[in-house]
Design a protein around this ligand. Structure first.
Ligand code: SF4
Length: 336
């Protein structure tokens, strides 16, 4: 029996290299060896974007196309839309009784995100919604609805898995053994840095390269990437390890990496030429993804069908889970 993996992504924008190298590349391998469920987490995206559902809706399509373009295979992966499986919402309600407000506020991931909101929006950050604070509960429902056994995460998301494990333990303790405790599967790639040298690549930070970027956009972005500030003249020796251009040469596995490093250190390579080489390599790297993207953009019916099929299969599994949860809680009311 293959183990089940559940992973998810919020439809709030297109995929960038941070998503690709930090998570998706690993998913492409995992989908071969596990029963793989990939959730387009639109309900979770609404916790931050409840006043802009149009943005979420538009990005469900965009994100699905991105995921198929990088190689998510609908024959191996059940890709589904969260809101089309109401069983998840129902499980969320039951689980919400098993966790205290204080515990949710203590969750380090929630704490950090609240602090970020406050830093970004000032006083508005005070108005953190019930839905936002409760999203780890909804995430526990996502995971358990499919009996997710392994959950691919980054270090910063470990507290969310721990929260889910606590909910599962409490449920099983009160109502009897019903749910599986998931385990975290740590991403093999650490967080991907932004073009500006920030430790994180992100949409709101304006430092991302998107898989959907065209050649002109790629060129502009790379020409503005952060390099070694000590290198003023073309033939000044520099330190590639603090240069984002070198970082991306490494990330996309430029076969000339050693030469780039040597020439940079020796001062025999100018930054403009080095950036131009990266632009060329980056376009080569993105080219097959772009080709597939164009195909799916021209075949929206196929994308719709893939989502419908994935959602149908995922729903069956969630229905079974909800039924056993209700039976354990003695609220199935098949007999009064
Ligand atoms: Fe960076 Fe290349 Fe300039 Fe060296 S030569 S600092 S690696 S852009």
């Amino acid at each position: 029996m293959k183990k089940t993996i559940l992973t998810g992504i919020r439809p709030t924008g297109n995929l960038h290299l941070g998503h690709y190298f930090g998570a998706c590349q690993n998913w492409l391998k995992l989908q071969n060896d596990y029963e793989f469920f990939l959730e387009i987490a639109d309900v979770q995206a609404l916790t931050d974007n409840f006043d802009n559902p149009e943005k979420v809706r538009k990005n469900v399509k965009e994100l699905s196309i991105d995921l198929l373009s990088i190689g998510i295979d609908p024959k191996k992966t059940r890709m589904f839309i969260q809101s089309k499986i109401p069983e998840i919402a129902e499980l969320t309600v039951f689980y919400s009784n098993l966790v205290t407000i204080a515990r949710l506020y203590r969750n380090p991931t929630v704490k950090t995100e609240i602090a970020q909101k406050k830093a970004l929006f000032g006083n508005e950050g005070e108005s953190v919604t019930y839905g936002f604070v409760g999203y780890p509960v909804s995430q526990a429902a996502d995971i358990t609805a499919f009996h997710g056994e392994l959950i691919p995460v980054g270090e910063d998301q470990l507290p969310l898995i721990e929260q889910c494990r606590e909910i599962v333990r409490k449920f099983n303790h009160i109502y009897g053994e019903t749910l599986k405790e998931p385990e975290a599967l740590l991403s093999p790639t650490p967080r991907i840095k932004g073009l500006d040298g920030n430790e994180k690549m992100g949409k709101s930070l304006g430092n991302a390269i998107y898989l959907a970027d065209d050649e002109e956009t790629i060129s502009k972005k790379i020409m503005n990437a952060k390099t070694d500030p000590e290198k003023i003249k073309k033939d000044d020796p520099a330190n590639p390890e603090i240069c984002m251009v070198y970082y991306y040469h490494k990330l996309i596995k430029n076969e000339n990496l050693e030469t780039v490093c040597k020439e940079c250190k020796a001062g025999s390579r100018g930054c403009v030429a080095c950036k131009k080489e990266l632009i060329e390599k980056m376009n080569e790297f993105l080219s097959p993804i772009r080709e597939k993207r164009t195909y799916y953009l021209e075949h929206p019916e196929e994308v719709k069908q893939i989502l419908e099929d994935g959602t149908k299969e995922a729903k069956k599994k969630a229905e079974n889970t909800l039924s056993s949860v209700k039976t354990s809680m003695n609220i199935n009311y098949e007999e009064l």
